[in-house]
Design a protein around this ligand. Structure first.
Ligand code: SF4
Ligand code: SF4
Length: 113
């Protein structure tokens, strides 16, 4: 039984809702050109100090780095290089719950976390 739990796929890989629900703003120093990791081409400048993931202020919202179809099969194309707000939103959190609701998905169940 433990072995099944260990090999279980991460629930975010069948979701992606938060990447198609919120604006994702972050400090410019997270950009690759500023010594960070986020590819500049995937971000737009908001102010001199702040950038936004491209597509996260579009309607409908969809981050330009998101790959796949929300609610079926989705992943971040820059997972290792994603900005801090993306790292901070945890599966099962309120933000996760709201994002999933917007896409007609129920809350993650305990066994999915
Ligand atoms: S954190 Fe929640 S909303 Fe975001 S991809 Fe994972 S399960 Fe979906
Ligand atoms: S950078 Fe990746 S984790 Fe962040 S919103 Fe875009 S697709 Fe989602």
């Amino acid at each position: 039984m433990t072995r099944v739990a260990e090999t279980k796929e991460h629930p975010c890989l069948a979701c992606g809702a938060c990447c198609a629900a919120y604006r994702v703003d972050f400090a410019v120093y997270e950009l690759e050109s500023e010594g960070g990791t986020v590819p500049d081409g995937l971000a737009v400048e908001v102010t001199g100090n702040t950038c936004r993931m491209r597509g996260t202020d579009w309607h409908p919202v969809r981050c330009a780095a998101l790959v796949g179809k929300v609610g079926e099969r989705a992943s971040c194309g820059i997972y290792e290089w994603r900005p801090n707000p993306c790292r901070e939103l945890e599966p099962g959190s309120d933000g996760c719950l709201r994002a999933r609701q917007r896409h007609g998905l129920g809350p993650l169940e305990g066994s999915m976390l």
